[in-house]
Design a protein around this ligand. Sequence first.
Ligand code: NAP
Ligand code: ZN
Ligand code: ZN
Length: 346
Amino acid sequence: MNTKAYAALSAGSDLVPFEFDRREVGAHDVELDIKYAGICHSDIHQVREEWGAAIFPMVPGHEIAGVVTSVGASVTKFKVGDHIGIGVFVDSCRTCEQCQKGLQQYCANGMTGTYNGYERDGKTVAMGGYSNRFVVNEDYAVHVPANLPLDGVAPLLCAGITLYSPIKHWKVGPGKKVAVMGLGGLGHMGVKFSVALGAEVTVLSHSPSKEADAKAMGAHHFVSTKDPENFKAIAKSFDVILNTVSAELDINQYLNLLKLDGTLVTIGLPGKPYSVHAGSLLSGRRSLAGSMIGGIPETQEMLDFCGEHNILSDVEVIKADYINAAYERTIASDVKYRFVIDASTF
Ligand code: NAP
Ligand code: ZN
Ligand code: ZN
């Protein structure tokens, strides 16, 4: 199936128009016209090999929203015309303990990434969502509620679920004080979900100009992290801190903001390790944890929650030829709050 896309041809190069063939629709597959594809900071990390060696040509993109155009003979979950979403993985082993529990992102045998990896045949390079068509096994796609526009939905497939999952796991809700580090694509979804669930929400941002937006999203407090003095007033005050920052930082400064028994959840994935002071952890029985996207059942739960509460990503819709500029603006933290590519422009 001829597919139009944008690809990076080598590490760190600009993305350029690119055509390739996807597999034909198999018995358990659905085919979709992609309508919108979000730009996640993980796309940039991988194009630039900030996480290690990558596979090129690379068609990034794992925030995919589209409309089903055909279904294989054995498909039961979807029909032509359905609004559908695909996220960070397109397959997994299906048999390990995690897969059986619907936690496919933690598959013991490794999930199959939507791009920058090989499909389960071990030889087909997976090509991602910066493209106009997609084919996926029905078990690895989710239903999009009919009341939600697809441009604001696309980022939910990674940014949305990546915050929803730890927010549920660490029981963010009424009576809990939560801080979100970094008001970017992931962070702004963390604010929206935490507010919707009734927590008291503080944004910790190195961009003071984002205060009005944070408050408009429902955040109760905004603290500029540019001034180290500002950390003093909020020391030992949070139950949960959701760290979505894509860059290196002094994690100890933030651990010290946790209350007794508080947890800092690492979600942002800069290429270099953090340097953790033992004292920052033991002086309040604090935990430093991590969380990675979410499984298929929880992704469906998150989309249904968004449908009920009318939660969407704030998006700036762009044409494909703006992708390289959008990368630069994302790195400069100049994104409000997710770039989404109109797939009709590939
Ligand atoms: P993003 O839109 O670029 O947002 C990152 C935010 O971090 C920025 O908007 C900025 O917020 C803050 N930031 C950036 N540079 C900073 C610096 N030098 N110092 C302090 N703060 C800085 O990126 P994203 O798409 O949300 O992704 C965030 C991170 O999560 C990336 O590393 C990505 O790879 C990772 N990720 C992880 C998962 C997972 O499963 N765990 C899933 C998706 C993405 P302020 O301007 O408000 O400071
Ligand atoms: Zn992502
Ligand atoms: Zn598995």
